[in-house]
Write a protein that binds this ligand. Structure first.
Ligand SMILES: C[S@@+](CC[C@H](N)C(=O)[O-])C[C@H]1O[C@@H](n2cnc3c(N)ncnc32)[C@H](O)[C@@H]1O
Ligand code: SF4
Ligand code: SF4
Length: 357
C-alpha cells in the first residue's frame, strides 16, 4: 500500500499552550529546508498526495513559504493549520501556496477561546480571517469540539463561519497521553445534526468509530503506518504515529530507503495492534485509514461529506468565490465608562440563505 498523506512537523515549538495538546511542551529545533526538499521529492515518488505542514505552530518557521512552494513544485497538495497568531504578518508570503488552510478556533467568545489556547489570540484570529479573505484565500475554521465548548458550535457557525462563507470543520476531541476526554453521546449527536447544515464538514465515521469504542487491536481499522509518513523536526520518521511515537528512525539522506526498510514493515504489521491502540480515535490517522478501506463501512459513510467538502474547496471556492473580499466579523462593543466589557462581541443577525456545500 502506498502512503497518501505526510504529517510534517516543522517544529514542536508553539506560541500557545492549549489544554488538550502537549506538543508545545517538547523542546524542538526547526526543520532544515534541505532535509525537507529531499524528503518531499521522495514522498512524491512513494505516492504521497497531500503534505500537511504542522507542529507546534507551523508559522513559527520562517521558511514555511519556501517549503510549501517546493511541495507544490512536486505536484503535492498542501495543508497548513495555524492558531492565527502569526498569520496576519506572514499572510502575503503564504498566499497561493496552501491548498487547505485551516484556522483553529475553540469558541466564538474571546475569553473562552483565549482560555482554551492559554494566550490572548482571539483578536489575531479575527484579523487572520480578514487578512486571508482580502488576499482571496478561503480558510476553513477548524473547531475542536469538546464536552465543554459544544454550545459554541452554533455561535461560531452563525457569527463567524457562515457570514464569511467559510467551511466550519467539526473536529472531535481525541484522547492521547492522558490528555483530552471522551465525547458524550449527546455531543456526538449534536455534531451529527450540525453536519447537515451547509458549509460544515465532519467525517461522520469519526463519531461512528467512537460509538463502537474506538480502534480494536484484535480487528484494527487503523492504518497509520501504511497511509501516513510522519516526520519530526529532528528529521526522523516517527512510528507508528506521532501520538504513540514508539520508535523514531533517523531519515538521513533517503526517506525512500527508510520507508522500504524491514523496520517500517514491522511497524506496518503492528499498526493499530498495540495495547495503547485499544479505543484509539485519533482523527489524523483515521481519515486516511478510512479512505483506503473500501471494504469498511467507515469508508462508505465518509463519502458524502467528503464529496461535499471537495465540491466547496475545489469548485465553489476555487472558481466561483475566489475574488478578495472583506470579512464580516462580530464587533466589540464600545467600552462603557465603567470599563465594562462583559457583553464582549455583538452578534450580527444572520439570514439563513441556502448555500451549496
Ligand atoms: C496540533 S495543532 C497544530 C497547528 C496549530 N498549532 C494549531 O493549533 O492550529 C492542529 C489541530 O489539532 C487540534 N488538536 C490539538 N489537540 C487535539 C486533541 N486532543 N483532539 C483533537 N484535536 C486536537 C488543534 O486544535 C488544531 O486545530
Ligand atoms: S496552538 Fe496548536 S500546537 Fe500549539 S498548543 Fe495549541 S493545539 Fe497545540
Ligand atoms: S491506533 Fe492510534 S495509537 Fe495505535 S497506531 Fe493507530 S493512531 Fe497510533
Amino acid at each position: 500500500m502506498r502512503p497518501i498523506l505526510a504529517n510534517y512537523y516543522v517544529t514542536y515549538r508553539c506560541n500557545a499552550t492549549c489544554s488538550f495538546c502537549d506538543i508545545w511542551e517538547q523542546p524542538s529545533p526547526m526543520v532544515d529546508v534541505k532535509d525537507v526538499e529531499r524528503n518531499l521529492r521522495d514522498m512524491r515518488e512513494l505516492g504521497v498526495r497531500v503534505v500537511d505542514f504542522t507542529g507546534g505552530e507551523p508559522l513559527l518557521h520562517t521558511d514555511l513559504p519556501e517549503m510549501l512552494a517546493i511541495a507544490k513544485g512536486h505536484g503535492l497538495a498542501t495543508s497548513v493549520t495555524t492558531n492565527g497568531l502569526l498569520y496576519p504578518k506572514r499572510a502575503k508570503k503564504l498566499a497561493g501556496l496552501v491548498d487547505l488552510l485551516h484556522f483553529s478556533i475553540d469558541s466564538a467568545e474571546p475569553e473562552m477561546h483565549n482560555a482554551s489556547r492559554g494566550v490572548d489570540c482571539f483578536d489575531k484570529l479575527m484579523e487572520s480571517i480578514d487578512t486571508a479573505l482580502s488576499l482571496g484565500e478561503r480558510p476553513d475554521l477548524l473547531f475542536t469540539v469538546t464536552n465543554e465548548n459544544v454550545d459554541q458550535m452554533e455561535k461560531i457557525y452563525e457569527t463567524i463561519s457562515f457570514p464569511n462563507r467559510l467551511v466550519l470543520i467539526l473536529n472531535p476531541l481525541f484522547e492521547y497521553a492522558s490528555l483530552g476526554d471522551s465525547l458524550s453521546r449527546d455531543v456526538m449527536d449534536r455534531m451529527d445534526a450540525m453536519n447537515r447544515r451547509p458549509l460544515t464538514y465532519l467525517n461522520p465515521s469519526f463519531l461512528d468509530l467512537r460509538r463502537k469504542g474506538g480502534n480494536d487491536p484484535e480487528n484494527p481499522v487503523c492504518k497509520a503506518v501504511s497511509t501516513c509518513i510522519v516526520i519530526s523536526p529532528f528529521n526522523e520518521l516517527v512510528l507508528p504515529c506521532y501520538h504513540y511515537g514508539l520508535e523514531k528512525i533517523p531519515i538521513g539522506d533517503s526517506l525512500k530507503d527508510v520507508w522500504n526498510s524491514d523496520r517500517v514493515s514491522f511497524h506496518r504489521q503492528w499498526e493499530g495492534r498495540h495495547d495503547v491502540c485499544k479505543g484509539c480515535s485519533i482523527n489524523c490517522y483515521f481519515e486516511p485509514s478510512f479512505a483506503v478501506s473500501p471494504m469498511s463501512k467507515y469508508f462508505w459513510k465518509s463519502i458524502p461529506s467528503k464529496v461535499g467538502y471537495g465540491w466547496t474547496k475545489y469548485i465553489t471556492q476555487k472558481y466561483l468565490d475566489k475574488v478578495p473580499r472583506e470579512a464580516v466579523l462580530p464587533l466589540r462593543p464600545e467600552v462603557g465608562t465603567n470599563g465594562d466589557q462583559s457583553g464582549m462581541y455583538e452578534l450580527p443577525v444572520i439570514q439563513h440563505n441556502p448555500i451549496s456545500r
